[in-house]
Ligand binder design. Structure first.
Ligand SMILES: Nc1ncnc2c1ncn2[C@@H]1O[C@H](COP(=O)(O)OP(=O)(O)OP(=O)(O)O)[C@@H](O)[C@H]1O
Length: 759
């Protein structure tokens, strides 16, 4: 009889001659070998025979079956002896081994059954006698139960067709399928050792994963592993309760870009039916490409800082930032795709428009700024309605302070902006709008609403003296026209550093989220009148932040008794009106190393300030930038310098900057100066601070007034005044001298070398 079967695509022909094959190949009756050698030899043959029987077309199913039975009876005593446990443990020493009943082919099979460990052959006859009653009876009860599992038919009779449902029998021994000699495996069979019907069985009917009695007895080597499965789930199909899987029934899905088990609906994978209960199915990998998947932007709006005049100021950091981007270099954040249009409200979006005539541009005012959304909206959302009413009424009061140029608050800050006469008509016309614009916090890309610890801020606000809130709102919050970068002459390097290291991290906190410490506390140090306050106001304008200006000297001189509370209230209100910039001038008054008395008002004030500063620096949510300025950096207690993450020298204006300041100030007046005279002015103002230059110009422009006959000045029209000439400057030079000595300048340079960050 010729039969054929197919395993793994191998066609096997079975002929009667194959029945003779064992006798020809095994000399099992030989008496020339020692029992130990025989056992070893048989074992080796058995291993080779049964381990690779599925691939061997030299043996018939019947022969294999007979051989198997014969050897099982003959040597079960040996293998069931005291030393048989290592054999079992060879391929069931791991949970997976138990489940699969086999070892990976790549793993070496440990010959734990050696000649020394073999049970004496003289017991074989007895064992054979006993085993003739049935293999299962020779098994210890424990093994029976373990091997039977949920397949009771397995242990009853090895030749029973029902054995075909065993997990280890389907292709290990063809004879076990004697009733199905020419069985063709279902097409869906992918090398699994499971029966083809396995896949269609509901989960509870899964055959026992335990090895068959033949495995338990050590006679059968576990089958070789199947070829790498197309999926790790044998028989896994859509007929079970795994409805969320979309695999076609009874077949493995083809490998696609979508990872197996990927559930488009995003539902978690169901508990697997193919794994021990409770073990979930593997988490599917997301698809490499999912059609229609779009990058979810952060709702970020691009920031376009106004261009620096000195491109060489670009730092490596900015280069790296740009390099990380891919594409639109037009944007400063080229690697982002933005969902929002550029806001025209943000001062950061106002590119300097040189086409605007000088008479029309005043301190950075942009006529194109929208006025529709200028109404002040307090960012504090959780304030009680009463407080909101109170706060908004205060705010509205604060919106109409005296003109910025003439304002001098009671906290002692010097009204250096004394050039009200330079204010352009446009500025006056739109003054209220500017103030409202400055009060309106920018809803920029990286700027969040002031939600940080709103509740506690609200509570603190409730408990704060209203008089203090009034004082902060009226005296410390400084209203004024926005300041643009171009309103500050020179200082290109400082401006670049501030833009890149202070503004951008605040505006785009998402892009800088990995950084541990963002520079939100800056120390500007340098000669008086060099633009430190101007820079502070500019930063606030660019951030659309509320600008708090605290004069250290004023606190000490005028408010010493309440200074501590004023500082506390200032930071509290600043948290309510984020983003906020708190500018503290003369910080050396608070942080001087001379202050030693522990409980002095200055000491308490310092403690409060440092506490508040520390809170700002450690809070990732707060969008508060603290800028401190001093002309005496050497007086700051050295242990407190570390509070300032950026220490920037604000030097005297260079010749270019001086020229710009002069041109800017004269632009609002009628003057008659040629280039040579301008050059002379620039040369002669060497060593002047920005404020000194401003004072010089102020003195020069009143020259024509002095030239008027002693009449009623109020009756004179501007058109009646002669233009400002070089001679007026000559006269002014007699009164205005540089305010900074060379010694002071040297000190700044030295301090900057030691502790500065910018140069
Ligand atoms: N770089 C500059 N560009 C344009 N104007 C300047 C500059 N520096 C100073 N000024 C002029 O000097 C005035 C005073 O500047 P500001 O108050 O910013 O100086 P400061 O460094 O803060 O002085 P202080 O240390 O005394 O507080 C400004 O209003 C402006 O008119």
């Amino acid at each position: 009889m010729i039969s054929s079967t197919s395993v793994y695509g191998l066609k096997m022909q079975w002929t009667p001659e194959h029945a003779q094959w064992p006798e020809q190949h095994f000399d099992i009756t030989s008496t020339t070998r020692s029992p130990a050698h025989k056992v070893e030899a048989y074992r080796g043959h058995l291993q080779r025979t049964y381990q690779y029987a599925w691939a061997n077309d030299d043996i018939s199913a019947l022969t294999a079956s007979n051989l198997l039975k014969k050897y099982a009876e003959k040597y079960s005593g040996i293998l069931e002896g005291p030393v048989d446990r290592p054999v079992l443990s060879n391929y069931s020493d791991t949970p997976s081994g138990l489940v699969n009943g086999r070892k990976n082919e790549s793993e070496p099979w440990q010959p734990s059954l050696n000649s020394e460990a073999v049970y004496p052959m003289n017991c074989v006859p007895d064992v054979i006698t006993a085993s003739k009653a049935g293999v299962s009876s020779a098994l210890p009860p424990a093994d029976v139960s373990a091997s039977i599992g949920s397949s009771p038919g397995v242990a009853s009779n090895l030749t029973e067709p029902s054995y075909s449902s065993s997990t280890c029998g389907s292709h290990t021994v063809p004879s076990l399928h004697a009733g199905l000699p020419s069985q063709e495996y279902a097409p869906g069979y992918n090398g699994s050792y499971l029966h083809s019907t396995y896949s269609s069985q509901p989960a509870p009917a899964l055959p026992s994963p335990h090895p068959s009695p033949l495995h338990s007895s050590g006679l059968l080597q576990p089958p070789p592993p199947p070829p790498p499965p197309p999926a790790l789930v044998p028989g896994y199909n859509g007929t079970s309760n795994l409805s969320s899987y979309s695999y076609p029934s009874a077949s493995y899905p083809p490998q696609t870009a979508v990872g197996s088990g990927y559930s488009p609906g995003g539902a978690p994978p169901p508990p697997s039916a193919y794994l021990p209960s409770g073990i979930p199915a593997p988490t599917p990998l997301p698809p490499t490409t999912v059609p229609g998947y779009t990058y979810q932007g952060h709702g970020l709006t691009p920031i376009a800082p106004s261009a620096l005049t000195n491109s060489s100021a670009s730092s490596l950091k900015r280069k790296a930032f740009y390099m990380a981007g891919q594409g639109d270099m037009d944007s400063s954040y080229g690697n982002y795709s933005y969902g929002q249009q550029r806001s025209t409200q943000s001062p950061m979006y106002r590119m300097p428009d040189n086409s605007i005539s000088n008479t029309n541009r005043g301190n950075g005012f942009d006529r194109s700024a929208e006025t529709s959304s200028l109404a002040f909206k307090p960012t504090k959302q959780l304030m009680s309605s009463e407080q909101q009413r109170k706060f908004s009424s205060q705010s509205s009061r604060a919106l109409t302070p005296p003109s910025y140029s003439t304002a001098k608050n009671s906290l002692g800050s010097r009204s250096s902006e004394s050039f009200g006469k330079y204010t352009s008509p446009v500025m006056s016309e739109h003054g209220d709008e500017h103030r409202q614009l400055l009060s309106h916090p920018m809803q920029g890309p990286g700027l969040r609403a002031a939600t940080s610890s709103n509740h506690s801020v609200d509570e603190q606000l409730k408990n704060t003296d209203t008089h203090l809130i009034d004082l902060v709102t009226n005296e410390i919050i400084t209203q004024g026209p926005p300041v643009d970068w171009n309103d500050i002459a020179g200082l290109d390097l400082v401006k670049a550093v501030i833009k890149e290291e202070v503004l951008w991290p605040v505006l785009r906190s998402d892009a800088f989220s990995g950084l541990t410490a963002l520079p939100r506390s800056i120390l500007l140090f340098g000669p008086r009148g060099t633009g430190k306050t101007l820079l502070g106001r500019c930063i606030a304008s660019q951030l659309g932040a509320t600008f708090f200006k605290i004069a250290g000297s004023g606190l000490v001189a005028k408010w010493l008794g309440e200074a501590e509370k004023i500082i506390h209230a200032s930071f509290l209100v600043a948290r309510c009106r984020q983003p906020s910039v708190i500018f503290v001038s003369d910080i050396d008054m608070l942080l001087s190393s001379q202050v030693n008395e522990e409980h002095s008002p200055v000491s308490r004030m310092r403690t409060e300030f440092l506490m508040q500063l520390d809170t700002v620096l450690t809070s990732a949510e707060d969008q508060i930038v603290v800028i401190c300025a001093t002309s005496k950096p050497e007086e700051i207690d050295e242990s407190l310098r570390r509070y300032f993450m950026k220490r920037l020298l604000i030097p005297l204006p260079d010749s270019t900057a001086r020229h710009q300041i002069i041109v800017q100030l004269l632009s609002q007046h009628n003057y008659c100066l040629n280039d040579k005279e301008f050059a002379l002015l620039v040369q002669r103002t060497e060593g002047f601070s920005g404020l000194d230059v401003a004072h010089l110009c102020q003195e020069a422009v009143v020259g024509p007034l002095h030239a008027m006959p002693a009449t009623d000045l109020s009756a004179i029209m501007p058109s009646q005044l002669r233009p400002v000439t070089y001679q007026d400057f000559e006269n002014a030079f007699c009164k205005i001298q540089p305010s900074i000595s060379q010694k002071e300048l040297d000190m700044y340079v030295e301090w900057n070398k030691m502790f500065g960050c910018s140069q």
